[in-house]
Design a protein around this ligand. Structure first.
Ligand SMILES: Nc1ccn([C@@H]2O[C@H](COP(=O)(O)OP(=O)(O)OP(=O)(O)O)[C@@H](O)[C@H]2O)c(=O)n1
Ligand SMILES: C[C@](O)(CO)[C@H](O)COP(=O)(O)O
Length: 259
């Protein structure tokens, strides 16, 4: 869809899971503080190449052909600021709702705000501003073709150890080395049949458990999650060095294609 054009934002019919009629929405949780990035403006509103990370993330997902609607979940005390910022960037068609204490709460609040005819949902971190449109398309297509849950992921480059965590700063004993060939680092957008994601969120909330990603919740209700190729540029801006990398990637894109 072209989220910046009112005419096309009214269409966006995408076909839903298993080819059923319906539309695909993107929910963008953007209510985090960005503690690991350091003090200052909430992470989603920090600028990358002079444009807020959230605006990059909205544009990156809205570029996907299947996407009919984008809902941003903003900081509970900052939705007016987010609304203003999106309007300033010509993104009036994007909806904004207040988020919650955790990412999981924010995603659930975004899901609750979706209209009834949405039957497929992509959940994308505002903190992954440079996801390529092809990655978004690959996830959306897999869901539309019938997969109930889809995640983009990359093979892990480092060797990963399991440890016995120690809170006291003492050296942590290693308890195992998982077979790296079976590990994947998971990104967003993660795509779901709406019913599946809603059921997973309801169950996890009821049982009082937490999960660091949406697919993890879906796994717990026994629904298969499949992986499509992720992309190196879909990395999450988490720590200060990630911001340096993101600026460099964006500068290279702008130099190459006038992005
Ligand atoms: N209560 C929360 C917490 C996180 N998020 C969003 O979830 C995504 C996950 O990225 P993450 O790096 O965990 O963001 P923060 O929680 O902001 O980071 P930190 O843990 O460093 O504070 C971000 O887009 C963030 O805004 C959210 O919508 N609501
Ligand atoms: C959803 C996610 O981006 C997938 O890698 C990740 O799990 C978010 O984790 P965070 O601890 O909220 O950064």
């Amino acid at each position: 869809m072209s989220i910046e054009s009112p005419e096309s934002s009214a269409s966006g019919a995408s076909g839903g899971p298993a080819g059923a009629p319906g539309r695909t929405a993107v929910v963008i949780p953007a209510a985090g503080r960005g503690v690991r990035l350091g003090p200052g403006t909430p992470k989603a509103l920090r600028e990358l190449g002079g444009v807020p990370m959230l605006v990059h993330a909205v544009r990156a997902t809205a570029r996907a052909r299947a996407v009919a609607l984008v809902v941003v979940v903003g900081p509970p005390d900052g939705t007016a600021e987010v609304r203003h910022l999106l309007d300033e960037h010509g993104l009036e068609a994007v909806e904004v709702v207040p988020g919650g204490e955790t990412r999981q709460d924010s995603v659930r609040l975004g899901l609750d705000a979706l209209p009834a005819d949405i039957d497929a949902v992509l959940v994308h971190d505002a903190a992954r501003p440079l996801v390529p449109a092809d990655t978004v398309d690959a996830v959306a297509t897999a869901v539309r073709e019938g997969a109930p849950a889809v995640v983009p992921a990359l093979p892990v480059a480092d060797t990963v150890k399991e440890v016995e965590p120690r809170g006291d700063g003492a050296a942590e004993p290693v308890t195992g080395t998982p077979d790296r060939s079976r590990l994947r680092a998971v990104q967003t957008p993660q795509g779901f049949a709406r019913k599946v994601l809603a059921e997973a969120h309801a169950r996890v909330a009821r049982e009082g458990e937490g999960a660091t990603d949406d697919a993890g919740m879906v796994e717990r209700i026994g629904v298969e999650v499949v992986v499509v190729p992720g992309h190196e540029e879909a990395f999450k801006v988490t720590r200060p060095l990630d911001l340096v990398l993101a600026e460099a990637v964006l500068a290279r894109r702008r130099a190459n294609v006038g992005y």
